[in-house]
Design a protein around this ligand. Sequence first.
Ligand code: LIP
Length: 284
Amino acid sequence: MADDEWQTAYEFAVQVARAAGAVIRKAGEDEIKIQTKSSTVDLVTQTDERVEKIIIGSLKEQFGEDTHCFIGEESVATGKPCILTDKPTWIIDPVDGTTNFVHGFPFVAVSIAFAVNKQLEFGVVYSCLEDKMYKARRGKGAFCDDEKLEVSDVKEIKKSIIISEHGTDRRPEVVSKIFSTMRRILCIPVHGLRGSGTAATNMCLVASGAVEAFFEIGIHCWDIAAGAVIVQEAGGILLDVDGGPFDLMSRRMVSANNTVIANRIIKEIEIFPVVRDDAEAAKE
Ligand code: LIP
């Protein structure tokens, strides 16, 4: 696709995210029927499924489905493959922060990313209850609405706020590692630990300079793909939780304002195993 075609696709993605956010806000006014996925606390609603169908339907109508591929959280949950190829691929979380949505906790985001040749080209995160449109195209900067985003310039860990989440895996051995990591970070000490309940929003908080880092083990590619572009375009960095290169499909990552903060956090992370997003597809 020529550069102006990508710009058009980027602008279309912003429109689709905004429209999806309006559907989520409206749905939040009605009774929400809840189902569960990987655990009793991994929630999904009819809104997640409906909004993903609306998003993918709009993108297919605009770009066709013979050349473009789609990775959607709820499509994968119904058995669609989760593999990133060189083809133009849309990576979508229709409702990031489903638990927040169910409870009326005010951080719910529509996350839409676009990759070609396995390279993330742009990302859009619409925090629909705050009505904040975060967006970034590779090489063109990151924005919240019309405001340019820049990560924090803090280099001292003891002057940082760190974000992490505890996810939906409630096995005691996993919860112990998560809280042991949080305890070690708190006792550095850092100024604070926070969590919005949505990875996409957490990454936008890194990009906006409100916090210095967000890390999590257990997220999925659709939670972080759009936020990854936004963090990088705001001057931030992405790494694996072991300090290696960022791997979108690995279900673990550190996003930070700089390498000093990232490496200091990595020292404290107690890693536990997770199954890659593309593990099933890799077997075929
Ligand atoms: C959420 C992630 C969050 C994680 C939650 C949940 P969802 O995504 O954004 O980082 O801690 O467990 O996975 O399921 O609301 O789209």
